[in-house]
Design a protein around this ligand. Structure first.
Ligand SMILES: [Zn+2]
Length: 409
């Protein structure tokens, strides 16, 4: 157990926060610090074709150890951490034999990780948890995934009696700012399919995610001296608030779950002269997704008609799509992962992601790519933690998938 803990800690103590305002890849220079270390480590454990390109995308190969043809499979994770919370000076704490009670992350600032609020903790009673010291995120998202993939490859190298085909591994920068897949060279990777190790709770297996778009609505007003404004002033903020209230109030993130889609108003900026509303639109169902986009257009049209002028302008941009469409035709890749989990004593939790993953983009780039648990909880904040036992199970799942894929039929 200490080996996997040490490996994980050696990654999370290197700051790799990504930056959405940067145009470069990787978006922050510091991501190279961990990327370069990973390359060395992959060589040290004995993988071949270890490469890192000018954008810090890392790839490596574990060659097949059987003579028959086996599909090439891949495992992918990302080494950046979320810009939502600082990832500098991470000081992990190890809680052995967790007793199911409150964990004091930081006594000085009274920061407590409590099962009263985060009841998932109770799943891990008796296990070893790695937490933060309450002042940073942990970075289990997705350095747990990286830890698991490397540990699994090391295990397979040290246990040649386990038969497997060619395995490719890929580590990417900038997933947290939605660009992890952007410069991923799917041809160079050369796998028939892959798995991102980037889910949360032990057992998670996901091949459905949202269809996603962003909408920007600009509302034009007219500023006039307030004392002489009667019949002349148009206050764009009132028009904007009218727009907001027309949309279904209950179809928002805070009122939806499961397969329910939403409109999420995430930013308003405005004055009398101009107000801008920014929405994201999410739905698993392609038709409902299209209907949501059409509704926004219709509200804009109706309001412009009502005010007999082009007060509202809308721009909608698709962001990513549900990978289900690309995975369902090759459903055996999900079945193998499910079978692997059962074989190592993990109960599969198959559910739809309320978000996107690198895998959804990769699936549309020709690499079908479901998502498997990496084991962490409470991503992107100070309450993030990961049970070591979940990471160990993920290692077993990776090895078992490799083994099952290589069974001669
Ligand atoms: Zn992640």
């Amino acid at each position: 157990m200490q080996h996997i803990i040490n490996r994980f800690i050696s990654y999370v103590t290197i700051d790799t926060e990504s930056d959405p305002n940067s145009e470069t890849t990787p978006s922050t220079k510091k991501q190279w610090d961990l990327a370069n270390k990973l390359v060395e480590e992959l060589k040290t454990i004995g993988l071949s074709d270890v490469s890192i390109d000018e954008n810090a995308y890392i790839m490596a190969t574990l060659p097949s150890n059987v003579n028959h043809d086996v599909p090439v499979i891949g495992f992918v994770s990302h080494f950046d951490t979320s810009p939502d919370f600082t990832g500098a000076n991470v000081k992990p704490q190890i809680i052995s034999n967790y007793d199911g009670k409150d964990i004091i992350l930081n006594a000085e600032e009274d920061i407590i990780l409590s099962p009263d609020y985060f009841d998932d903790l109770l799943l891990y009673k008796g296990q070893t948890l790695i937490t933060t010291d309450g002042t940073t995120l942990l970075g289990a998202d997705d350095k747990a995934g990286i830890t698991e993939i490397i540990t699994a490859m090391e295990y397979l190298i040290n246990h040649p009696e386990i038969k497997h085909g060619k395995i490719r591994i890929g580590f990417t920068p900038d997933e947290e700012i939605g660009r992890g897949a952007h410069k991923f060279d799917v041809d160079k990777f050369g796998a028939d399919w892959a798995y991102t190790m980037d889910g949360s709770q032990v057992g998670e297996l996901e091949y459905e995610n949202f269809n996603a778009a962003g909408a920007k609505i600009k509302v034009k007003g007219k500023i006039v001296h307030p004392g002489y404004a009667k019949g002349k002033m148009i206050n764009s903020m009132y028009y904007a608030s009218e727009f907001i209230t027309i949309l279904p109030r209950l179809e928002t993130p805070e009122c939806t779950e499961g397969y329910e889609g939403f409109f999420h108003l995430h930013n308003i900026e405005g004055d009398v002269e101009e107000t801008t509303l920014e929405y994201i639109i999410r739905d698993h169902d392609k038709d409902k997704f299209e209907a949501r986009k059409a509704l926004l257009e219709k509200v804009v049209f109706d309001l412009n008609t009502k005010y007999e002028s082009e007060v509202f302008k809308i721009e909608i941009k698709d962001q990513y799509f549900n990978m289900k469409e690309k995975v369902e035709p090759v459903m055996h890749i999900v079945d193998i992962a499910e079978e692997a989990m059962k074989a190592v004593g993990v109960t599969p939790l198959i559910k739809a992601i309320r978000g996107g993953t690198d895998g959804s983009q990769l699936s549309y780039m020709g690499l079908p790519c479901p998502n498997i648990f990496a084991g962490g909880h409470n991503f992107h904040g100070r309450y993030e933690y990961v049970p070591v036992e979940s990471m160990q199970k993920a290692v077993e799942v990776i090895c078992k998938i490799a083994e099952l894929t290589a069974i001669e039929k």
